[in-house]
Ligand binder design. Structure first.
Ligand code: ADP
Ligand code: ZN
Ligand code: ZN
Length: 792
């Protein structure tokens, strides 16, 4: 028998599988989807079995044997193998990179360079080796360069070898537990506490973790005393990591659906009954009860013995959201997000794989949750651009969701208040069935929205970033003990430093962008590459001391607000939430301490649901409008609508204020009127005229290199290839410098291809990718091919 194996060599440019012989007697132990170790050149590396056959196209005499298998059950299902092949092809990437995206990182191979003594080493080599370590192997990474120097002669002479070995990441968390050795009751009446402990241990049918006993007030000394008497035994067993183990969830029963919710529910569940792979757009305004509909549909799937996947954007995966699921489905829920450690992720993954959890709630990559028999897939906030991975493989989770919906014959629900134009257009054409929720659930109404013209504000003498209207609104809320949420999509203190004498602006030495001033650590920072430099009091260019700062970020606004209202402010941006768990901590603080103001970047726009928030202010509604991206209007409309949805979600009614320099812009006006349909029509007219998505598909090529001439040469080559290969109906835009011409010392150029039909496109793209994969190593030119790009 022969196994076709994808090997773990990311530098390999071709998507080649290699055939290996399955050793005699191992036929039943090696299955499709297993991880195996195989010889590859002089090394042993990890691979994944894609298929098994009794013949091979290669010369059987020259085929090597699989060294061993790492799994008892396959880690990849047939479904996942097909998905990997499909995604690698569609998004122009390598199988191995997709496979390693599908699987939890804990299953990846971990290669370690070690030194070992050769067959018959000289005495001197033996001594030198022993001096460094008493072990039989030494990890190179841990060695001081000076030590390596002393060993170098023996490495040369062959007395000591360098080898690469593989260690597994798959670490189960083990912990000591105890169990009793004697079923009978024992009389320890002279040692009361020991008796109490023994009774607890004896009463349990399973071993009890020592740490739990200690938590319950039994000391280690006490446990050891019983152990010494031979009454209990210690064993090491696996302890599952559950990030939610310390919380108690009270059950939340389903609500009676209103007529619109009921209609959506029955359309989707009857599609589920019919086992159709149908896609629904659930278009419901914020607070219309979409989540309640999801919960009840998931319940129906569970009742039928099926499983369910729900995707939410990372930042909407708040404790509130997790609570709602845990309160409905208890331990049946696995939660997957980037805040989990690799071990926690692995444990959640196994919970799903071993059918101990039947629902998953998670961010983008949880679309790969290894469920069988899926009953429904939900993509909440489907318009969110974070569903597309920014690095390779640049897959879109909804694309994977569609694939899985077809594979499992189950409905796919795309839910949102502000559909992406692509999705809404498909619902117009009947490709997706659209279901509308037009009112807020219960009695609540949408908040009233006001637009404040900031140019007018400046003309009448107020140059502050807070308009008179907004200031009055915030004061009123503080007076009433209510809360305000303020959005400013710009972190840092000031945008940039400028010399008033010569106009010099300090720039990042690696990127084509000015440095942002951060007051808290008195530094100038690059938001692209992380470069940081101290602030100089005088101009670097002319030594004048007339340097000043322009533009306003969250850090500065926090200061302004504290001064203006003499009150506490919670600020949430990348700077204040960098540490793990801070996001959650700040929100808890805001809610529980009833802090009057929450100020943040767009990370506050989603998912928050606090009863006392009655005012939402957008400090600069134009930030997104001015981005060099054809989706700028769409993103502005979406963000304004989402953040408005945070106001007045409960008994108290809400108000929203948009501050803008473009008060008549349709994205702002129509967001104010919550008129998605008109926005859609206007935006579609523009897209048609400018020949953009959804009228055309796009592929974005970004070519980068430290050497600008090489960069230009490669750009020309790609442009020429496109001109030659694509049809006359397709449009090639560029080449042009990328919006940010230089990042991390790399010059960047881009070309955009717009097309309606290009049957041979994927083949051409994969060939280009292969070519530049090699070029990257030899010439330092890299090509990034972004299929269906979301960020231009
Ligand atoms: P969305 O997901 O559309 O933003 P939610 O499902 O979060 O809306 O619902 C908003 C609020 O209304 C929640 O507090 C929810 O519990 C409540 N709600 C939803 N559906 C109903 C219903 N049928 N009856 C009463 N309250 C409801
Ligand atoms: Zn100057
Ligand atoms: Zn930089």
């Amino acid at each position: 028998m022969f196994a076709s194996v994808i090997v773990d060599i990311p530098s390999k440019s071709v998507n080649q599988v290699f055939d290996y012989r399955i050793p005699n007697g191992m036929e039943d132990l090696i299955k499709v989807g297993h991880r195996v170790l195989v010889p590859f050149g002089p090394r042993t590396i990890q691979g994944y079995v894609m298929s098994i056959d009794d013949k091979t196209d290669f010369d059987p005499a020259r085929i090597k044997e699989i060294a061993r298998t790492l799994d008892i059950e396959p880690v990849l299902t047939k479904e996942m193998i097909t998905i990997a092949m499909y995604l690698a092809d569609y998004y122009v990437d390598q199988y191995i990179s997709v496979i390693e995206t599908i699987l939890p990182a804990a299953l990846k191979a971990n290669y370690k360079k070690v030194l070992r003594l050769g067959e018959s080493p000289s005495m001197a080599a033996r001594n030198a080796f022993a001096k460094v370590s008493g072990e039989t192997e030494i990890e190179v990474k841990r060695l001081d360069p000076s030590v390596i120097k002393t060993l170098a002669p023996y490495l040369k002479s062959g007395d000591i070898h360098e080898e690469t070995i593989i260690t597994q990441h798959t670490k189960k968390k083990m912990a000591l537990a105890v169990h009793s050795l004697n079923e009978q009751a024992i009389d320890l009446s002279r040692a009361k506490k020991q008796q109490e402990l023994y009774d607890v241990i004896n009463a349990s049918s399973e071993p009890i973790f020592i740490r739990n006993l200690v938590n319950d007030g039994f000391s280690n000394a006490l446990i050891n005393a019983l152990h010494k008497k031979g009454l209990i035994a210690k064993v090491e067993i696996e302890m599952e990591r559950d990030p939610y183990s310390d919380r108690v969830f009270t059950i939340d029963p389903p609500k009676v659906l209103n007529p619109e919710q009921q209609h959506a529910y029955s359309r989707i569940t009857s599609s589920m009954d019919a086992e159709e792979a149908k896609t629904f757009l659930l278009h419901g305004i914020t607070g219309s009860g979409k989540t309640e509909v999801y919960l009840q549909i998931i319940q129906k799937a569970l009742d039928e013995g099926k499983t369910a996947i729900m995707l939410v954007p990372e930042i909407a995966l708040t404790p509130q959201m997790v609570n709602r699921f845990k309160r409905r489905f208890g331990d049946d829920v696995a939660v997957l997000h980037s805040g989990l450690s690799s071990g926690e992720k692995y444990d959640e993954w196994r919970k799903i794989k071993e059918n101990r959890a039947r629902v998953s709630v998670g961010a983008r990559s949880s679309i790969f949750a290894p469920f069988q028999n899926i009953g429904v897939i939900i993509v909440d906030e489907e318009h969110e651009t974070t569903y597309k991975q920014g690095d390779r493989p640049m897959y879109h989770a909804t694309e994977v969701a569609k694939f899985r919906s077809t594979y499992h014959n189950c409905p796919l629900i795309l839910g949102t208040a502000t559909p992406s134009l692509e999705t809404f257009a498909r619902s117009e054409r009947g490709v997706y069935e659209r279901l509308e929720l037009t009112t807020r659930a219960g009695t609540k109404v949408l908040p009233e929205i006001r637009v404040v013209d900031m140019s007018e504000e400046h003309r009448t003498g107020n140059t502050s970033i807070i308009s008179g209207t907004l200031e009055a609104g915030i004061r009123e809320r503080i007076g009433k003990g209510e809360q305000t949420v303020l959005l400013l999509n710009r972190r840092g203190y000031s945008n940039f430093q400028i010399c008033q004498s010569c106009g010099h602006v300090p720039m990042c030495p690696n990127c084509d962008i000015s440095l942002t001033y951060h007051k808290s650590n008195r530094s100038l920072m690059c938001h692209y590459c992380g470069y940081e430099s101290a602030v100089h009091k005088t101009c670097d260019n002319c030594q004048s001391d007339e340097v000043t700062f322009r533009g306003t970020g969250t850090e500065k606004v926090e200061e302004i607000l504290r001064d203006m209202f003499d009150t506490d402010v919670v600020r949430m941006d990348n700077d204040t939430t960098r540490r793990k768990g801070m996001h959650e901590k700040l929100l808890d603080h805001f809610e529980q301490e009833e802090i009057p103001i929450l100020l943040g970047t767009q990370m506050i726009a989603k998912g928050l649901d606090y009863p006392k928030v009655t005012l939402v202010g957008v400090l600069n509604a134009d930030t997104m409008l001015n981005l060099p991206d054809f989706r700028a209007n769409e993103k502005t409309y979406q963000l304004l609508t989402q953040v408005s949805g945070r106001a007045g979600r409960h008994e108290l009614s809400g108000e929203v204020i948009f501050q803008t320099y473009n008060p008549t812009h349709y994205a702002i006006q129509l967001a104010k009127e919550s008129d998605y349909r008109t926005f859609y029509e206007k935006e579609m007219a523009f897209r048609r005229l400018a020949r953009y998505s959804p009228y055309y598909f796009h592929v974005l090529f970004t070519i980068s290199s430290e050497d600008i001439r090489k960069c230009l040469k490669a750009t020309t080559h790609i442009h020429d290839t496109l001109v030659q290969e694509v049809s006359d109906q397709s449009i090639i835009v560029g080449p042009s410098p990328s919006p940010l011409e230089r990042i991390n010392r790399q010059y960047r150029f881009q070309i955009m291809l717009k097309y309606k039909r290009e049957p041979e496109l994927l083949k051409m793209l994969n060939a280009l990718d292969e070519h530049y994969h090699e070029a990257y190593k030899t010439e330092g030119i890299s090509l990034r091919i972004d299929v269906d790009p979301l960020v231009i």
